[in-house]
Design a protein around this ligand. Structure first.
Ligand code: NAD
Length: 267
């Protein structure tokens, strides 16, 4: 094994991935397990068809609603009990919220903020003491390009992801002393996920909407495709591995340049 691949190996590491039943979380769980980690997936809507692939890679899928502290505590405790400790936490569970602020109900605000932000607080709170026992760890929070560059059409989602970026930096600073690294990834537009498919299902013209998503991201536009869940998982692998030993508090945009600014005209 080359030095570079050795630094990306996750042998003997124990990882928890939230929202790992579908999309980016599923791709991440698979990749971390392929790299040797013992992976525990927590999702409130498990997918039966994952069973064969997950079993083959030794991935355990547990029922967990990240908005509930009791669920989160038992997810982390089971990973520690069955895996022998905890080294990696990927806070991926998230929901979209596309609505003007004047139409958002209190319950919708709570659902979005509780899933996208409070969920990461709860897992982090319960994971850190176990990472300290191991002498360190790595946490990756799933933000979005909406967390770097807020958007008009989803103010509550943008707020949740912007706050998650702030949370990432604050926890990275406060737990550097424990050798716990905390980073975020800011993807978009990622195809082949439940969230993206739900958006496309609602669109009046599905093909035109896909083209719009692609056109907003300069590199996606020249490549004429959306970003794949696996491409985001590969950035997460870097952040949880020894290859990024000196990286903390960063937010890596995996958005084909979407959050850079106004793309060149397509004419
Ligand atoms: P997805 O819907 O396929 O995945 C989200 C997963 O989270 C699902 O399996 C869902 O069941 C789970 N989940 C939702 N609420 C939960 C809860 N309360 N408790 C436990 N599990 C819960 O969509 P995705 O696109 O793979 O989204 C994954 C993450 O990536 C989200 O945080 C999303 O905001 C973020 N993201 C996605 C895109 C994109 O373009 N698809 C872009 C930027 C960021």
């Amino acid at each position: 094994m080359s030095d570079a691949s050795q630094r990306l190996a996750l042998t003997d590491r124990v990882a928890v991935v939230t929202g790992g039943a579908t999309g980016i979380g599923r791709a991440t769980a698979l990749l971390l397990a392929e790299q040797g980690a013992q992976v525990f997936v927590g999702d409130y809507d498990p997918v039966v068809s994952n069973a064969d692939e997950f079993t083959h890679l030794g991935i355990t899928e547990l029922n967990c609603d990240v908005r509930r502290e009791t669920d989160v505590k038992s997810l982390i405790e089971q990973a520690v009990r069955d895996g022998g400790g905890l080294d990696i936490l990927v806070n991926n569970a998230g929901i979209a919220m596309v609505k003007p602020i004047t139409d958002v109900t209190e319950a919708e605000w709570d659902a979005c903020l509780d899933t996208n932000l409070k969920g990461a607080f709860l897992t982090t709170k319960h994971a850190i003491p176990h990472m300290r026992v191991r002498g360190g760890g790595s946490i990756v929070n799933m933000a979005s390009n909406a967390g770097i560059l807020p958007r008009a059409h989803d103010p509550v989602y943008s707020t949740s992801k912007g706050a998650l970026v702030a949370f990432t930096k604050s926890i990275a600073l406060s737990h550097s002393i424990d050798r716990i690294r905390v980073n975020a990834v800011c993807p978009g537009p990622v195809g082949d996920t439940r969230m993206m498919n739900a958006d496309l299902d609602k669109a009046v013209d599905r093909e035109a909407t896909i083209k719009q998503f692609i056109a907003a991201s300069p590199i996606a536009r020249v490549a004429q495709r959306m970003i794949s869940p696996r491409e985001v998982a590969e950035a997460i692998l870097y952040l949880v591995s020894d290859a990024s030993a000196m990286v903390t508090g960063t937010c890596i945009a995996i958005d084909g340049g979407k959050s850079l600014g106004v793309p060149p005209s397509s004419d």
